[in-house]
Design a protein around this ligand. Structure first.
Ligand code: DCP
Ligand code: CA
Ligand code: CA
Length: 430
């Protein structure tokens, strides 16, 4: 199998995102595990999770693909002219003070020799896809989870008997990635996902760190913010309660945390104690999914503008569904704010549908779960995806029984294909 993406040229219609679906994006102020956390279990026993995270991902890739960039301070994101935001920086640039989230303009002021290159999403997605393919030769498909653009988990509990064996697997995967992709990826191994993710950060780049049940003392000295899901806000609230380290959090009485954070407080405490019982987020890699992302040329924040964008995205995705004669059972919505933060979540649809109005309504109902867009927190990118797809069995007559108006969508779609998106739209009260 040739997994190299060295000379990867994306072709129109090559939709890699259809494989390895549903990247779970970390909502800004919530806990990634809460959905599948089992409060009645105490701790994973004899489990081995490996977490992978590419080092300076976009920058490493660009340096790989362009020898002129190697060994130099490079930032990815924005335009060569100096507009836009630094999405990531090469280690050389980091050493000179360049950080993710800075404007390219600001970064160039700090470091005039900085080379800013544009980001190219499909290339990075393809690399991640190849890593997931490599993982498939080490564990079954349902033991693998893509977590973000450059992170994934693999549960090797069925193939490794102890931490040494898990470590060997991680080292072999790292070797494969280096060989196939000429890229460095850091790995963390532990008996639960939270600690595996934390382990990855211990040594970067090209690290491989193991955290076992015996390492708790070492972990307990670290700041609470190292725990997956604890952002600046929660850290501040914990600090006010005099909870500074992971150990402090682990040893705080549950009642105190519950009072402050509700059930999330209990989850947090359990995570700190190494009692994260969440499992690999299982999703059939070949499950169908359609998605569409759009980065705006101008950020928005007013409720009506946000709604307008969501509606536009929804219409687009519904059109895709109808062309393929599919209906969707679930939907996810992602926003990216101008500080490059993401928020994302999903919802089960009331019925299988490809109706613009249903999708719009469902997407709007997710919105309140996200940080509210405001003048200070404007939205830069919208993404909508649908999954749990089935063939549309043309149950239009049933729809009539439900007193629902069936719109001549297919004819409308044909007009749109011919004359453009804005030629005609279905009236929805916004
Ligand atoms: N990224 C982004 N927006 C952010 C943060 C990152 O678009 N707010 C992109 C650029 C990164 C990639 O996602 O290359 C992965 O993000 P990481 O946070 O893992 O950062 P890096 O991989 O760049 O660096 P590290 O070596 O610290 O993991
Ligand atoms: Ca990374
Ligand atoms: Ca990452």
């Amino acid at each position: 199998m040739n997994t190299s993406s060295f000379f990867f040229i994306p072709r129109e219609g090559t939709d890699y995102s259809n494989l390895f679906k549903r990247v779970r994006l970390l909502p800004l102020y919530s806990f990634p595990h809460i959905k599948d956390f089992n409060l009645s279990k105490i701790e994973h026993k004899d489990r081995f999770f490996i977490h992978f995270d590419f080092d300076a991902f976009f920058a490493q890739v660009e340096q790989r693909d362009n020898p002129n960039l190697r060994g130099k301070p490079v930032s990815v994101g924005g335009t060569p002219g100096g507009k836009g935001i630094v999405m990531t920086a090469s280690y050389e640039a980091r050493a000179l003070g360049i950080e993710t989230g800075m404007s390219v303009w600001q970064a160039k002021k700090i470091c005039p020799e900085l080379i800013s290159v544009p980001c190219y999403g499909p290339k990075y997605e393809h690399i991640m896809h190849n890593l997931l393919r490599i993982l498939l030769s080490y564990a079954p498909q349902d033991c693998i989870e893509q977590y973000s653009v450059d992170e994934c988990f693999i549960d090797v509990s069925t193939v490794a008997k102890n931490f040494d064996e898990a470590r060997n697997i991680a080292a072999a995967i790292k070797r494969d990635v280096r060989q196939a992709e000429k890229l460095m990826v850091s790995a963390g191994i532990s008996y639960n996902k939270t600690f595996a993710k934390l382990a990855t950060k211990f040594k970067k780049p090209d690290g491989l760190t193991v955290i076992t049940q015996n390492d708790k003392e070492r972990l307990y000295k670290l700041s609470v913010k190292k725990i997956w899901g604890i952002g600046r806000r929660i850290e501040r609230r914990l600090n006010v309660m005099n909870i500074i380290t992971i150990g402090d959090l682990a040893n705080t009485r549950p009642g105190i945390l519950k009072k402050e954070f509700g059930v999330n407080g209990l989850v947090l405490r359990r995570l700190a104690r190494g009692e994260d019982t969440s499992e690999i987020f299982r999703r059939n890699m070949h499950e169908k999914c359609l998605n569409h992302n759009h980065t705006l040329s101008q950020t928005v924040y007013k409720p009506e503008d946000v709604r307008k964008e969501i509606r536009r995205m929804g219409e687009y995705i519904c059109r895709k569904l109808r062309t393929k004669e599919l209906v969707a059972g679930a939907l996810f919505l992602t926003l990216r704010y101008w500080d490059l933060r993401y928020a994302g979540d999903d919802i089960k649809l009331k019925t299988f549908t490809n109706d613009d109005r249903d999708i719009y309504e469902a997407a709007l109902s997710i919105l309140p779960r996200f940080p509210v867009p405001s003048k200070e927190r404007q939205v830069r990118m919208f993404g909508i995806g649908v999954f749990n797809l089935h063939t549309d069995n043309k149950s239009k007559n049933l729809e009539l029984f439900n007193q629902k108006i069936v719109l001549p969508y297919t004819s409308l779609d044909k007009l749109k294909y011919k004359y453009g998106e804005n030629i005609i739209r279905v009236g929805i009260a916004t």
